[in-house]
Design a protein around this ligand. Sequence first.
Ligand SMILES: CC(C)(COP(=O)(O)OP(=O)(O)OC[C@H]1O[C@@H](n2cnc3c(N)ncnc32)[C@H](O)[C@@H]1OP(=O)(O)O)[C@@H](O)C(=O)NCCC(=O)NCCS
Length: 192
Amino acid sequence: MKVTDLTGLKPFINIDEELGLHLARPELAEAIFKAVDKDRLHLRQWLPWVDGTRSAADSAAFIQHSMKMNASGDQLITFLIWKGQLAGSLGVVKFIKDRKSCEVGYWLRSDLQGKGIMTRACTAFINYLFRQKNLNRIEIFVASGNAKSKAVCKRLGFSHEGTLRQALWLYNNYHDLELYAMLKDDWMDRDS
Ligand SMILES: CC(C)(COP(=O)(O)OP(=O)(O)OC[C@H]1O[C@@H](n2cnc3c(N)ncnc32)[C@H](O)[C@@H]1OP(=O)(O)O)[C@@H](O)C(=O)NCCC(=O)NCCS
C-alpha cells in the first residue's frame, strides 16, 4: 500500500522544514487509515481504539468527530506530517477548562520511532498550549508497561506525580496508569 503524499498542506503548527502539526481535516482520513492499518500490532498494544478502526470510513468518521470537537473547543486533535507523510497524531483529548488544565495523547508510526519526532512535536505543541492557550497544567497518562511513552514524558521534563493502580482496562487485563504532568511555570523556567 503506497503512503499518501500530503506535501503542500498548510500546518497548524510548523515545527521545521520536515515536520508540522495539522488540524483534523477530511483530506487526512485515507492516510490515517493506511498508517493505522499497516501498524495494528504496534498501536493496539496501548491504544484501545485500534481494533475499531476497520475501514477508511471509520477514519473518516473519526476525522469528522475530531473536527467537531476541535471547533467546539472540547479537544484539539492534530496529526503529524513528516516529510509529506502521515506520521502519527498528537492532541488534547480533554480540556478541563475551569482548571486551565488538559490531557494530551499521542501515537507515532513504528517505522518512524527513534528519531525524536514525537519529542519535537510535543515540545512545539506544549509551547502552544502554555503560551497561546494560556493553560496552567498538562497531564499525560501512561500505562506502566509503556516504556517508550514514559521515556517521552521524562525527556520532556514531565514529573511522575503518581500511579493509579489498575486504572486502565485493556484486552481483558488491568494495567496501572502513571500520571505525568507539567506546570506552566516549570515549563517557562526550563526555557529561561
Ligand atoms: C510512544 C511513542 C510515540 C514514542 O515514540 P519514540 O519514537 O520512542 O519517541 P520520539 O519520537 O520522541 O523519539 C525518541 C527516540 O528517538 C531518539 N532520538 C533521536 N534523535 C532525537 C532527538 N533529536 N530528540 C529526542 N530524541 C531523539 C531518542 O534517543 C529515542 O530513542 P530510544 O527510544 O532508542 O531511546 C511511540 O512508541 C508510539 O506511538 N507507541 C504506540 C502508541 C502509544 O503508546 N502512545 C502513547 C500512549 S500514552
